[in-house]
Design a protein around this ligand. Structure first.
Ligand SMILES: NC(=[NH2+])NCCC[C@H](N)C(=O)O
Ligand SMILES: [Mn+2]
Ligand SMILES: [Mn+2]
Length: 300
């Protein structure tokens, strides 16, 4: 039992991605029993509902290199205020996506709350593009760069002009698909990238231990941003940008369990579940299982 409260914030956004469907992610995870499972683990749970997000059919693309910039900025403005408020009240924000562009708001909110936090970003992708390096113009390929002060002012200024993350405390796990210039940008940063090759060679346990060590250096908590496409598409088919060769179901749970053991998790994003592309809600059910492992569920 623990007395803390998880506050769920749904962000049904798909404006940052190329295909529709991830906007249904929050519903799919709720339908898979998220709230009840967390209650069973002894958490207090308060579902704050969904943020209001426009749908692409009612909007125009004004800038092909930054699609739906204004709308995405607006949603993340709202999100960052909510996240900061939850943390200041002593709660744990659990942000359900939606596409990964919501990472802009969750990281800006954490920064605004004044907490010094490390970041572990589970993703196939680097999400470190800007309008200069992107091939798609999709903003869900940009949130980590934005949080590090790189990108459109409308996005980097949310929650103030300063960088929202510290590179030394930021770790990507599971990378296997990066755009060439994005990779160069990441190489030039002090962000740690553990690719699938690192996981193959060193094992998930060692990789996560090292990630936790880096994310907790002179910080007082860890934020996990989990993009479901990091998992192998055989086990997580319901994602918009599937790439073969991902982490397994067991590796993903192990990672969440190791993070839970630290007691340092202060907030979490679970993003990129696409029920339209899923098989009988399998990916959302997996997402709920992983959230539970991150919040303390044990086999025995
Ligand atoms: N959050 C994600 N699924 N991002 C995928 C990004 C893919 C590609 N690198 C792009 O910038 O378009
Ligand atoms: Mn991502
Ligand atoms: Mn991804």
């Amino acid at each position: 039992m623990n007395g803390r409260v998880i506050r769920i914030i749904g962000v049904p956004i798909d404006l940052g991605a190329d295909r529709r469907g991830v906007d249904m992610g929050p519903s799919a995870m709720r339908y898979a029993g998220l709230n009840a499972e967390l209650l069973r683990l002894g958490w207090k749970v308060e579902d704050l509902g969904n943020l209001e997000v426009p749908i692409p059919e009612t909007r125009e693309i004004n800038n092909k290199l930054l699609k739906y910039l204004e709308e995405i900025a607006k949603v993340n403005e709202q999100l960052h205020l909510k996240v900061a408020e939850v943390i200041k009240e002593g709660g744990v924000p659990l942000i359900l996506g939606g596409d990964h562009s919501l990472g802009i708001g969750s990281l800006a909110g954490l920064a605004l709350s004044g907490r010094r936090f490390g970041l572990i970003w589970f993703d196939t992708h680097g999400d470190y593009n800007s309008s200069v390096t992107t091939n798609s113009g999709n903003i869900h390929g940009m949130p980590l760069a934005v949080a590090n002060g790189i990108g459109a002012k409308e996005l980097t200024s949310i929650g103030g002009e300063q960088k929202k993350i510290r590179e030394e405390n930021t770790v990507i796990i599971g990378a296997r698909d990066m755009d060439p210039e994005e990779r160069e940008m990441l190489r030039r940063s002090k962000i740690t990238v553990f690719t699938m090759n690192d996981i193959d060679q060193r094992g998930m346990k060692e990789v996560v231990h090292e990630a936790i060590r880096r994310a907790s250096l002179e910080t007082d908590g860890i934020h996990v941003s989990f993009d479901l496409d990091v998992i192998d598409p055989l086990e997580a088919p319901g994602v918009g940008t599937p790439v073969a060769g991902g982490i397994t179901y067991r590796e993903a749970h192990l990672a969440m369990e190791l993070i839970a053991e630290t007691g340092l998790l202060i907030s979490m994003d679970m993003v990129e579940v696409n029920p339209i592309l899923d098989y009988k809600n399998k990916t959302a059910e997996l997402a709920v299982g992983l959230i539970c492992s991150a919040f303390g569920k044990r086999i025995y």
